[in-house]
Design a binder for this molecule. Sequence first.
Ligand SMILES: [Mg+2]
Length: 205
Amino acid sequence: MTVVPCIAVDIDNVVLEFQKHWAGLHDNWFGTELLIDHLRSEVNAFLRGYEVEDPLAKWDAITTKSRFDNGRDFFRWFNKADGWKTMPTIPGALGACWRLNELGVPWFFCTARPGAGMQPAEKLAKKFNVPVEFLSAADKWTIGADWYIDDSAVVLDNVRTKGRNLNGAQAIRIRKPWNDHLGPHDIACDTLADAVTYLETEVLS
Ligand SMILES: [Mg+2]
């Protein structure tokens, strides 16, 4: 009997562009230059070979780089700014979800989105006719998927050590500056599209 693995796909920074989106909104509302500085740092690293500080390099930038010093106030503003509703997709990500459907494997969205972020997440799940589970990053491992595609270091760590009933599940790390320290000995991909291609060629074939 072939066992078909079940795949949990994270939403923010995997399917939808959270970091650059909130930074751009914040710049627009408050006149900061977070997104501009982020893009400057990427261009410098790419063209000139040296790094300048990237304000979005750390996961806690929403409180250390924004005008808000706690998550509650940040997300209260983000909701008011329609941040959840207007978040753009990452190029190739919707096509990768489409491909998962074509492959006929069981998969679902698993996200730590709070409050107002749930509705757009549910809409996304409806689009692909899959479930969506709302769990904190610290608890995602408890859902019992075989494979997780995620960018959160907490999720990836927990999945590998405690997932699938404490025996350890498989994780594909979507490479971001805040999870760099987990490499290089894990499965890492730049995009969801690359992760799905990996699953298709290495796991499902
Ligand atoms: Mg994420």
